[in-house]
Every structure is written in structure tokens, then in C-alpha cells.
Design a protein around this ligand. Structure first.
Ligand SMILES: [Zn+2]
Length: 127
């Protein structure tokens, strides 16, 4: 699973923050819906490591909704609003990068679609 690689990256990023001398008070792991991370698995890796690194910081997890924008007509919508069969949803769930095969603009039918959010994993750190 790719959860471990991502967790490792997050731990490194927090370590870097600490080296620069600032102490985070709140760390939010924002996971894109298309990234399809198992947050329970992430917690299993991250919670023990972070409670050791930054015992005073609260650690939270958020899923960022996947949103699309049509390059042809400008229409914006979310993954939830997409008209998909359960098989297509399943395919995107297991292979998020394949969304282009299945996602069409609900308004004009174009496949020229851009992902505007819900991709990747980022950290929001507050001090
Ligand atoms: Zn469109």
C-alpha cells in the first residue's frame, strides 16, 4: 500500500519544520478523495510517530472532496455529483488516475476535464 510512503513523507516534513525551530500546535493531514487513502491505516502509521515528535500538537485528518471543471464549457461539479455506474465508481476508487476514462462533463459531455481539487495529500500546519 502507498499509505506507508505517504506517511513517511509527512513525518519527514514535520521533522523539517521542527528543525527550523517552530513548534506546530495543530497538524491537519488533508487527503484528496481521488488519492483514495485508507485513513485508518494512515493513523496507524502517523499517530504514534507524531505523538512522539510533536506531543503537544493535535493531529487531524480530512478528506478533500474531488472536484472537476470542464475545459469546454466551464461547468464545475464534484465526484459525488458525477453520473457514474457503480462499476465506474469502483474503478475510480481502485485506480484514481483512471478517472479520465470515466469522467465526462454532466452538462456538455466533454471529456476535456480538469481536476481542481481532491488530488494528492498535503499538510496544513498551524503554530
Ligand atoms: Zn462541459
Amino acid at each position: 500500500m502507498h499509505e506507508w510512503a505517504i506517511a513517511e513523507g509527512i513525518i519527514k516534513a514535520v521533522e523539517e519544520q521542527l528543525r527550523s525551530g517552530v513548534k506546530p500546535s495543530r497538524i491537519v493531514v488533508v487527503a484528496g478523495e481521488l488519492q483514495n487513502l485508507d485513513l485508518e491505516v494512515m493513523r496507524g502509521y502517523l499517530d504514534p510517530a507524531l505523538s512522539e515528535l510533536v506531543p503537544e500538537a493535535s493531529v487531524e485528518y480530512e478528506v478533500e472532496e474531488a472536484r472537476f471543471e470542464c475545459r469546454s464549457c466551464g461547468f464545475k461539479w464534484s465526484l459525488k455529483e458525477s453520473v457514474l455506474t457503480s462499476e465506474e465508481r469502483e474503478a475510480i476508487h481502485f485506480l484514481p488516475e483512471a478517472f479520465h476514462v470515466y469522467i465526462r462533463c454532466p452538462r456538455c459531455g466533454s471529456r476535456d476535464v480538469e481536476v481542481t481539487s481532491g488530488r494528492g495529500v498535503r499538510l496544513r500546519i498551524e503554530y
